[in-house]
Design a protein around this ligand. Structure first.
Ligand SMILES: Cc1ncc(COP(=O)(O)O)c(C=O)c1O
Length: 410
């Protein structure tokens, strides 16, 4: 026993834990429902399509999981980065002549969040910086902070369908930049980038030799007139870690299956590949039963399921655009995919609302409707609407929002 014997308890939370934060929680915790409220609560705030019961996984995928469960063969530990069969299922889904991959290029992870966590950890050291979209999904900033990395935000331009301000993005790159994160289609913007825009982003990455983390969790959830291009399919030069998962396209966020696909034609990422494997071995990836069903889920879900999901999202988006663009003081930006709509608040038209947080606070208190303020996505003066509720809930929410804005505008 050392002479410095402890004489009392003093157990602290680590500095890493202290730096961990979820800005959405911090902001949402300040928003309070009126306990006396008589109106039913409508949440347009959570990006979980299953909440309202109108978006459901295809029954064939459920059956596939049940079948695998009943074999009694998938109750043990799978390999840390996923079974060969499950990795192969992802590889054969995403491979294409422009960006060929095999099971060796795939790691399975605990949801897409788990994939992002591993990507940030493998590319960034404390003191590095990473380029993130503004507005953007708040997890990115949280992951950078706990890793001791600086988040440098590049601007998205609402008047140009949220395309990246490429000059601004390029101006942020320096010798400490470890990656550029690109989220397409986007949460919270619902934007879908054209091939030309993605190529222009890749040209900046190539010029400065910076790898890309492509968050493509909303892949294929695009509306008529738009096409989803994976970033990897548009370059042979820039190394890309592409992340995705079952959460959105297959509507099962709770199943916690995500993946990283390594696209690296020129062996630039050899050390990173080894690092990815090391990191994946610290905490095992997704559960074995869903992995066993992955081949069926990814390759045998009927095409009609995907079409119906998009049709419903598109219908809800149209309804939302029509209703919100008529509300005084609000300016929605047309989404092209995903599950979200950003709405600008013309604060100068309001007599007693000074910020997006105050807008959300008062809307919740007076109308029992919850939307996340843009502050949650480092983008003040906007709110984000999740467009997955049922039509009747959306209509009711927009009716209340219109009454609210009528009362509060000059
Ligand atoms: C852009 C984006 N990336 C990643 C994720 C995380 O997905 P998962 O639920 O698979 O962890 C989300 C979830 O909302 C998201 O919106």
């Amino acid at each position: 026993m050392s002479s410095q014997q402890r004489t009392s308890w003093n157990v602290q939370s680590s500095t890493m834990a202290q730096s961990a934060h979820n800005p959405i929680r911090q902001i949402v915790d300040k928003l309070k429902l009126d306990p006396q409220a008589t109106k039913s609560f409508i949440s347009l705030s959570v990006g979980d399509p299953t909440i309202f019961g109108n978006f459901n996984i295809d029954s064939s995928a459920n059956d596939a999981v049940i079948r695998q469960l009943q074999t009694f063969k998938h109750n043990g530990y799978p390999p840390a980065h996923g079974t060969v069969d499950a990795r192969n299922a992802v590889a054969t889904m995403v491979t294409c002549p422009e960006a060929p991959v095999t099971a060796d290029d795939v790691l399975l992870t605990n949801g897409c969040s788990g994939a992002l966590d591993i990507c940030f950890n493998v590319l960034g050291n404390p003191g590095n910086n990473i380029l993130l979209p503004r507005p953007g999904f708040s997890l990115y900033g949280s992951l950078a902070t706990i890793r001791g990395m600086e988040s440098k935000y590049y601007d998205l331009l609402p008047e140009e369908n949220w395309q990246i301000d490429l000059k601004h993005m390029e101006s942020l790159i320096d010798e400490k930049t470890c990656a550029i994160l690109v989220n397409n289609p986007s949460n919270p913007c619902g934007s879908v980038y054209s091939k030309e825009h993605l190529q222009a982003i890749l040209a900046v990455a190539a010029k400065h030799h910076v790898p890309i983390i492509a968050d493509e969790i909303y892949c294929d959830l695009v509306f008529k007139g738009n096409t989803f291009y994976s970033m990897a399919s548009l370059t042979t030069e820039v190394p890309i870690l592409s992340v995705g998962g079952l959460a959105k396209k297959w509507l099962v966020p709770g199943w916690r299956v995500g993946w990283i696909v390594v696209h690296d034609r020129h062996h630039i990422l050899d050390a990173v590949r080894e690092g990815l494997l090391n990191l994946s071995q610290v905490v095992l990836g997704p559960n074995s039963v869903i992995q066993a069903a992955l081949q069926d889920i990814l390759h045998h879900t009927p095409e009609t399921f995907y079409q119906e999901t998009i049709e419903q999202l598109e219908k809800n988006t149209k309804l939302s655009m029509d209703a919100v663009s008529k509300i005084p003081g609000l300016k929605p930006v047309q989404p092209q995919g995903a599950m979200y709509m950003m709405v600008g608040i013309e604060l100068e038209k309001f007599k007693d609302i000074g910020s997006d947080v105050e807008f959300s606070q008062k809307l919740l208190a007076e109308e029992s409707v919850l939307c996340l303020p843009g502050e949650c996505f480092t983008y003040p003066n906007f709110i984000r609407i999740v467009i997955t509720p049922t039509v009747d809930r959306l209509e009711e929410a927009y009716k209340r929002m219109a009454e609210f804005c009528d009362r509060h505008t000059k």
